[in-house]
Structures are given as structure tokens and as C-alpha cells.
Design a protein around this ligand. Structure first.
Ligand code: ZN
Length: 355
């Protein structure tokens, strides 16, 4: 059944996740920091008839509210709320399904997620749906029992208002917006690979509570590194699915898996991961660079307009070139072109289930 275009949650979100897994494709989850990137994501999704995930890190949400806001915590909460309201208003008019999500929250950021769930509880009372589709808790630095019990606590709150939780098991290398882990390429990197036994433990504890997804580590790293430092091993995803299937006699690919650190990954490994129930791949580093690269080219091509309002020699006015809409749009077009490419890799083009 086709879904109403706009932000999805609850049963509609489950239907979308299942459509991805059954169709062997994944949705791009794009980190956004303002209206330029948010609107760019919806533009790409609409143009390609693809559903999409818009997500905010804590500092992305803070930037959305404005770095001039004195109370940083308040800005992280209200920026996320403002961004969500922006997307709720516009997404339906782009004609595709949008998943609204927040990215990594470690122990220090649990109060941020709790505050956002409170915001969704209030919104749910008024609108019958949550503000966000899902949030992520990344407690992979904690021991597994502490990680899972805290996830269970937050998911209990979220399940009551049709929200889903993304958890992290094992450690994604690299750093994203101050949350993450340095990779020592010479050290034993076994912590970069999720243990299927931990995934089974998560399934047994969380699936009775509500809908959840797992960011499993299979050698993936945030950011772009020289190739060869860490080996991607997507078979870890396959083995995790198999262990849950055998232990609980479920249908194929019972877990909803998420691929972090997709930037710079080999395309064949991405394709392999998609066959193991990966429905979401995060993209940030590559789209950030694409935006800035395009702005850089614009500035190079219009160098004088960034120094003078009027040409000091011949009096030419440069207003049309330095108008921020011109170079911001140049950035948006670089960003959207890179995102087009990601949608090809993830196989989501033409697959929107919005009707
Ligand atoms: Zn990540």
C-alpha cells in the first residue's frame, strides 16, 4: 500500500524499512545543518522518486538553531525541533517519504535524546504522531549490558509514541561532530567488528519493547581515510542475521541494519551489505565536501565579486554575483549531485513507496 508523502513514523516507517529490505535497497541518511542541506536532500529525493532520511547530529541541530544562542543544550534541542517542523511542513509537498532521525548520542548526550523524546511526546498529544521518526543512542563505549539497558529504557518511552531507536554495537571508527573514536591502524582493531552474540542479546532484549535498528560495525570508519587501513567485512552482518534467524526461527534478515561511515567505501562492499538487510546508509563527509567544493569553484570563478561591491577599475556592480543565494545555490547543486550518486549506489532510485 502506498504511503502518504511526508514524514513517516510508526507502522508506516516499519512498512518503509521492510520495503527496503525486501527490495534489496537502502535509503541514504544525510546529515544536515540548515535549510540549504535539508531542502537539497528533499530536492534529490523528489527528482529521483526515492524515499530518504534526513538526520541531525547534536551540533548540526545546534547550528540549525544558531550559534548565537547562549544556552548550547537548549539550542541542540530547539534546533532539532525547528528542523523537524520545517521538514514536516515541506516534505509532503516534495511528494516522497522522509524519515526524520538524529545521529550519534553517547552517554553525555543521553539527556539531549531524552529532551527530544519529551518534545515528541508533547507533539504526539497534539498531532497523533511524533516529531522525529527515530533517534540514535550510541553507547558502544559502555559495556554491553549498560548499553542495552539504557537503550531499553529509552525505547520504552519511544515505543509508546510510535518512535524507533537506532543502537550501536561495536565501534565505528573515526569521528563525527566530536562523537566517535580514533582509529589506531596498527593496533588490534577487533573492537571495530561487532560480535553476532551481542546482536542476538540486543534482539532478545529490545524486540519485545519496540521497533529498533542496529548500527553494526564491520570495519566501517567515519570520514574518508586512505584505503587499506581497515578491512570492510560485511559477512559480519550476514552472520548476525543468521544467528538471530537460527536462534528464534525468524524469517530471513530479521534485523534492521544500518551502515555508518559509508563515505569512501568500496561500491562492491556496499552492494554486498545491502543483501544482508541494511536499509540505511549514513552519508556526511562526501556531501560536506561536495557542497564546499562547489562553493570554492564559484568563488574562484567570481573572485572579484568577493572583494568588491563595485569593480574599482571599470565600475561593474557585482551584486548579482555576491548575493549569498548565488553561492549557496552553487553549494546546493554540488551537494545534490553527490547525493544523486549515493542513491545510485544504494539502489533507491524510482523506489519511493509514497503515492
Ligand atoms: Zn555514524
Amino acid at each position: 500500500m502506498a504511503l502518504k508523502p511526508g514524514v513517516v513514523s510508526g507502522e508506516d516507517y516499519k512498512q518503509l524499512v521492510n520495503a527496503c529490505k525486501e527490495g534489496g535497497y537502502a535509503l541514504a541518511a544525510v546529515n544536515c545543518v540548515g535549510t540549504d542541506t535539508v531542502n537539497g536532500v528533499m530536492e534529490v529525493a523528489a527528482k529521483n522518486n526515492s524515499d530518504i532520511i534526513i538526520q541531525f547530529s547534536n551540533s548540526g541541530a545546534q547550528f540549525y538553531a544558531g550559534l548565537g544562542m547562549k544556552d548550547a543544550f537548549q539550542a541542540k534541542v530547539l534546533g532539532a525541533v525547528a528542523a523537524a517542523q520545517h521538514v514536516h511542513l515541506l516534505a509532503q509537498h516534495y511528494g516522497i517519504c522522509v524519515v526524520l532521525h538524529t545521529d550519534h548520542a553517547n552517554r553525555k548526550l543521553v539527556p539531549w535524546v531524552d529532551a527530544l523524546v519529551t518534545q515528541s511526546e508533547v507533539y504526539y498529544k497534539a498531532m497523533g504522531r511524533p516529531l522525529f521518526t527515530s533517534h540514535m543512542l550510541d553507547l558502544s563505549e559502555e559495556d554491553i549490558d549498560m548499553n542495552l539497558s539504557e537503550c531499553a529504557r529509552v525505547l520504552s518511552r519511544m515505543a509508546k509514541i510510535d518512535m524507533s531507536l537506532e543502537i550501536e554495537l561495536g565501534i565505528t571508527g573515526g569521528e563525527e561532530d566530536g562523537v566517535g573514536h580514533e582509529v589506531d591502524v596498527d593496533a588490534d582493531n577487533s573492537h571495530l567488528y561487532t560480535q553476532p552474540e551481542d546482536v542476538l542479546k540486543a534482539y532478545e532484549l529490545l524486540s519485545p519493547i519496540g521497533h529498533f535498528s542496529v548500527a553494526a560495525s564491520f570495519g566501517n570508519v567515519h570520514g574518508v581515510y586512505k584505503p587499506g587501513n581497515v578491512q570492510l567485512r560485511p559477512e559480519i552482518l550476514r552472520n548476525s542475521q543468521a544467528l538471530v534467524t537460527e536462534s528464534h526461527n525468524t524469517a530471513k534478515n530479521p534485523l534492521n541494519l544500518v551502515f555508518h561511515g559509508g563515505s569512501g567505501s568500496e561500491k562492491a562492499k556496499i552492494a554486498e551489505a545491502l543483501t544482508y538487510g541494511v536499509f540505511k546508509m549514513n552519508i556526511d563527509t562526501d556531501t560536506q565536501f561536495a557542497f564546499s567544493e562547489a562553493v570554492g569553484k564559484y568563488v574562484d570563478a567570481n573572485a572579484k565579486a568577493f572583494k568588491y561591491q563595485i569593480d574599482p577599475e571599470d565600475g561593474t556592480p557585482y551584486k548579482k554575483q555576491y548575493d549569498p543565494r548565488k553561492w549557496l545555490r552553487a553549494g546546493e547543486l554540488g551537494f545534490t549531485a553527490r547525493l544523486d550518486e549515493a542513491l545510485v549506489d544504494l539502489g533507491s532510485i524510482g523506489k519511493s513507496i509514497a503515492g
